[in-house]
Ligand binder design. Structure first.
Ligand code: NAP
Length: 495
């Protein structure tokens, strides 16, 4: 077992471990739950374990705080978010270390996630003062149409372990800017990043009750209790499609507004005229960012048959050279997978592809050590029926499929129930636009292997979910439109 270094021990010790309800840290009714370092499988610390009663107390606080928060001047809400942005940036190194310890990703990637998360706080601090409505003359020329945009109400946020800070910030920032309050339920495996952000929001002046956080080992009953309570008005979920479907059904009982950021099966298309340097670079980023544990990870690489061998060889060379290890170690580029089950699933998908005839160009095995490491892997000649092309891999495995023409590439890319993101590499802008318009996805990376950006609408179609996070579209998820039919002039209105 790796013993924590002093700095690691002190950053973990500094994170509050309680539930945050109505502006106070408190114990959980369910005792505590243990958080582990996936690079060593050793325990890091314990945090409070909430019961459904704790969660309902949090919702009660969010409900009571709503009236005052929605009435708070937009500039004041903006200032609190801006302050939170500055505090987050000032503590970026410490937050990155906490994230690496609980989730495993290499420190430089954790630091980028801290900046990405902070960018949402800054972007929506600028948006809080820009909520407006519409005023129009009725088509009959007499009445007037007035619209107001008002906050939806208390929200329930459920977030995953793979981006433990950014997925929370991406929901919290627009919600707070719009005047909503919330209860956040982070994933049990990575609660520390969210708890650290909560402390920052508290220090930034976000009033008691506006943000409440419950960590729990009972995600099913706790979330169901929240969604069954009429005081909740909105659910925003980021996680697997499987759990998303369950929560959509639960949210339907109260006709809650719902945003769903679910799983992906991203295709990466390399046409024969692509700049191969750019394509390989983009593929490395889209595949190995977050160790492949990202909804946006390139899950299938469709490469034109004329360039497939060169692309596979160059990608394999880059992936084979990547240093795998504990994310805290200098130079490490790929950390451990989150747990043993995830590592075993990746191994199973690779074995299935190999048994069906795929060729392992590099990698193809779990690595020794106490944590959950898997070697960066390139698979070539992957047959269409291989599971790896149909299931979310969530690991550093790049399956390559060849195509002969554009129609075949796009048909292959669209042959999935998911529709989050696709990557297109070509130097022909006409071909690119044809592909962009025909791909059934919510986002496209054109000659780039990453799309995340606080000012842009992130989200998917088909079973990757609905709703958008980021940009002006992300703010709309937390606003209701109220229409006022105005009778000016004193005459009775008749049909
Ligand atoms: P997950 O198993 O669906 O968990 C996500 C969240 O839901 C966690 O907080 C989890 O809590 C909770 N949860 C699990 N079962 C639940 C239930 N029965 N009722 C209520 N809540 C429940 O997903 P994950 O493995 O953490 O995350 C990976 C998935 O997230 C992938 O599919 C990935 O594509 C997706 N993702 C999507 C986006 C996007 O923006 N589209 C971004 C990131 C990740 P516990 O873990 O504590 O049980």
């Amino acid at each position: 077992m790796t013993v924590l270094a002093d700095e690691e021990r002190s950053v973990v010790a500094a994170v509050p471990k309680g539930l945050y309800v109505d502006g106070a840290w408190r114990e959980g009714g369910g005792g505590t739950l243990s958080v582990e370092d996936p690079a060593t499988a050793a325990p890091l610390c314990d945090v409070a374990d909430a019961t459904t009663e704790d969660a309902l107390a949090a919702l009660d606080a969010a409900d009571r705080a709503f009236a005052a928060w929605r009435a708070t001047a937009p500039r004041e809400r903006a200032d609190a978010l801006r302050h939170a942005y500055e505090l987050t940036m000032a503590r970026a190194d410490e937050l990155a270390l906490v994230m690496t310890l609980e989730m495993g990703k290499p420190l430089p990637e954790s630091r980028s996630e801290v900046v990405y998360a902070a960018n949402f706080l800054r972007w929506y601090s600028e948006e809080a003062v820009r909520v407006d409505g519409r005023f129009a003359v009725n088509e009959n020329g007499r009445g007037r149409v007035l619209t107001l945009q008002q906050p939806v109400g208390p929200c329930v946020f459920v977030t995953p372990w793979n981006f433990p800070l950014a997925m929370g910030a991406r929901k919290l920032a627009p919600a707070l800017a719009a005047g909503c309050t919330c209860v956040v339920k982070p994933a049990r495996q990575t609660p520390l990043s969210m708890l650290a952000l909560t402390e920052i929001l508290e220090q930034a002046g976000v009033p008691a009750g506006v943000v409440n956080v419950v960590t729990t080992s009972r995600s099913g009953p706790v979330t169901q209790a929240l969604l069954s309570d009429a005081r909740a008005r909105k659910l925003s979920f980021t996680g697997s499609t499987e759990v998303g479907k369950l929560l959509i059904a639960q949210a339907a009982q109260q006709v809650l507004r719902v945003s769903m950021e679910l799983g992906g099966n991203a295709p990466l298309l390399v046409f024969e005229d692509a700049d191969l340097d750019l394509a390989v670079d983009g593929a490395v980023l889209a595949k190995t960012r977050n160790g492949g544990e990202a909804c946006t990870s390139a899950n299938r690489m469709y490469v034109h048959e004329r360039v497939a061998d060169a692309f596979a060889a160059r990608l394999a060379e880059r992936l084979a050279a990547m240093r795998v290890g504990r994310g805290t170690e200098p130079g490490v580029e790929v950390g451990p997978l989150i747990d043993a089950a995830q590592r075993d699933k990746v191994a199973e998908l690779v074995a299935d592809a190999r048994d069906r005839g795929a060729r392992i160009v590099t990698g193809g095995a779990a690595l020794d050590g106490a944590g959950w490491f898997y070697a960066p892997t390139v698979l070539a000649d992957v047959p269409g029926e291989a599971r790896v092309l149909h299931e979310e891999i969530f690991g550093p495995v790049a399956p390559i499929v060849t195509f002969a023409d554009d129609d075949e590439a796009i048909a292959g890319a669209n042959d999935t129930e998911y529709g989050l993101v696709a990557y297109v590499f070509t130097q022909d802008v006409n071909r690119a636009f044809d592909a962009i318009e025909r791909l059934d996805v919510g986002m496209v990376g054109f000659n780039q292997g990453m799309v995340s950006n606080a000012g842009a609408p992130f989200g998917g179609v088909k079973q990757s979910g609905y709703g958008r996070e980021g940009g002006p579209e992300g703010m709309q998820e937390y606003l209701e439109t109220k229409y006022v039919a105005m009778n000016l002039g004193g005459e009775a209105v008749r049909p």
